[in-house]
Structures are given as structure tokens and as C-alpha cells.
Design a protein around this ligand. Sequence first.
Ligand code: KET
Length: 426
Amino acid sequence: MASRAAIYQGMMWRGRSWAVGARSMSSWWSNVEPAPKDPILGVTEAYLADPSPDKVNVGVGAYRDDNGKPVVLECVREAERTIAGNLNMEYLPMGGSNKMIEESLKLAYGEDSEFIKDRRIAAVQSLSGTGACRLFADFQKRFLPDSQIYIPVPTWANHHNIWRDARVPQQTFHYYHPDTRGLDFASLMEDIKKAPNGSFFLLHACAHNPTGVDPSEEQWREISHLFKVKNHFPFFDMAYQGFASGDPERDAKAIRIFLEDGHLIGCAQSYAKNMGLYGQRVGCLSILCEDEMQAVAVKSQLQQIARPMYSNPPVHGALIVSIILSDPDLKSLWLKEVKVMADRIIGMRKALRENLEKLGSPLSWEHVTNQIGMFCYSGMTPEQVDRLTNEFHIYMTRNGRISMAGVTTGNVTYLANAIHEVTKSA
Ligand code: KET
């Protein structure tokens, strides 16, 4: 047995070595500063920390029912029952669920797409829409290391982070005109023209975030035509298919126009919003190739990028999506439920605008009903948004974006009053 002194010495030794270790360990990360708060998800954190009973969260783009509660769609509950009767926790292949990919491609490229039949689309299941964009950005950097990406102003803040972390240099193009609160079509076309031939462009397929402003069908045709002349590559981020018009088929129109014109496109799809599968992280990245052989090569390289990052994607959400989309009854239930969500948002746009007008606001709120999708780009300044948060416990991003999906019959009057208070003397 060790003597007391030996034990004491040992402790001291351990004590000292621990202390030395702790000092050197802390010095390993001493250069790490706290990261800035995320402009969107940071809003949810602040909302959760506020004890006020009046608080309203119109920050993150997450759908709520008219009682302000998160929604699990009926078609998803049905699919869950099927899954529960047939549990399987095996790994998916590196590229994810083939069934889910097949159904996703039909949604984006069209049920009878010749590109699907000819097997010209390289596609993998992704970690929702974010993962699809990131995988594409990494792929772009790996195979065209000198290329850049043109990103609209404004855009979803995370687009900048995604291409930054993939080390793809970014350029911007005009998109929104603050004065008209609509599309700055002339400057947009000018920027497309000015970009060097063969540039990569990030386009929002529908329900542009944050502005709620989409090009008209005719404008999409002109954009597509100019892309053809310039030989640009269109990468579509389609995070809101179904949320613009209430009909996923109609919301794929921009993509279909580009396909008709013979473009080779890339597309990021997400089921976070249109199936309410936010936390399941299920999406699809697809790249239309010249032929099947190229598609096989591209897919194998996408898998190669995924393997050391997360190996293979999660199985559960992919099962939900493939069960719903491959069963005609469940699919039509889903289509109805998407429409209900989109219609509730449209109803809330009308209610918000009417309330603001009833209060005698000196400003025009026409854009609230003109814009489409989940968001209203209100035109409020960061200072006005700060007042909404500090004085009224209303949480939203400082760029003035209101997530209309968080507006309800219960809070719309309160919201309108508060907006009127902070904007009436502007
Ligand atoms: N693209 C766009 C345009 C987008 O608005 C989002 C999410 C995504 C992709 C990614 O969604 P995912 O959950 O990875 O499928 N936007 C909302 C949530 C967020 O910021 O993460 C938002 O703007 O509130």
C-alpha cells in the first residue's frame, strides 16, 4: 500500500500536471472570439429568452397555424404510421434514398421530364436546402476552382456564408429596388450582361427570400434567354416550392422555362417548408448533365464530397418524403395541405395591410399583399425593428423582413399597431 506521503505527492503531481495541462489547454483556444449571432436563428434565441406574454416571433421562416403553433402535416402523420410498422435503421447509400431522389426530380423537372428518362440528372439526397447549396458550392470549387458565384442583393443571409466557407469568390447582382419595392429588372439584366461569359448565378426559383418579389413569367423568359446568350450557369435554390402560389407545379415554372431553353442547371430542393420537415433535414441536390455518363461521374463525385463530411444522409425524413410522394392519395393530401398553408399566409397579408390602413398609416402598404411566399420585406429600418423588439416584444430580422407564416388572427392587430407606432413619423 502506498504511504500517505506518496499519495500526497502523487496528488500534488497530478494536481500540478492538471494545472499545467489546464493552462495549456485553455491557451489552445485563447484566440477564439465569440461568433456574431446568426441574423435569423439568433432572433429565435432572443425570442425564446423573452418572458413577455405579448411576445411575437416573425423572425425565422417557419410555418405556424392560426394559433401560432408549429404544424405537423396530416400526410406526414400518415407516413409516420407506415414507417412505425416497418422500422429500419440501416444506413442509406452515400447518395441517399434513390426513391426520394426520384420523386424529388419529378417535382422539380416535371413528372414526364425527358431528362429523368434519359438519366441525365446527377442527384443526391442532401441535408435539406442548406446542405444542397453547400454540396454544390464545394463541388463548384473542386472542379472549377477559378469560378465565382453571382448572388442577388438582397438574399438569404446564409448564401453568403455557404459560398464563403466553400471558398468560392462572390459577386453580387441587382435584384430588388427599395423605391418600387419590386424587381429592379433593368439593373438585373444589365448585371447579367456585364458578368463575364460562363458565370455562375444563384437564383431563387420562387418566393424570393427575403423580398417576396419574383420575376414574372415573361421576365424569367428574358432572363433565361440572356443566360443562353452569355452561357451562364443557373443554380436554383428552391426552398419554397408550393409556398408562392400554393401549387408546387406552378412554382417550378422558372426552372421549366430554363429547361425548355436548353440550359444545364443545378437545383437545391428542401422539404423543410413545403412538407414541414424542418428538423428532419431532408432535401435534394441535382445537376443536369450532358448525358448519362457525365451524370454518373458527377454523382459519384458529389458522393465523394459527402463521404468525409457526414458519410450518408439521415434516413427518416427521406422515408417520409418518398412515402408521401409515391402514394397518389398521400400526394394529393400533401398538395391540399400546401395550399392551406399558402392560403393562410395570403389571408394574413390582407389582414396586416387592412389593419395598417385602418390605423391611418401615412405610408403605402400595398407591397404587403403584392409580395409572395413566406416573407414580407416591409421596408422598415433596423432602428424601427429594434423599437418593435424593445418596446413591443416583436422579434424579426433587422433587415425589416416579416415572416408572414408567424402572423395569426390573434396577433395581427397587435403587430399592425406596433408597426404603425414605429413607422408613422417616418
Ligand atoms: N434557401 C433559402 C432561400 C432559405 O430561405 C432557406 C431557409 C434555405 C435555403 C434552407 O432551408 P433548409 O432548412 O436548410 O432546408 N430559410 C429560413 C431558415 C433559415 O434561415 O435557416 C429563413 O430564412 O428563415
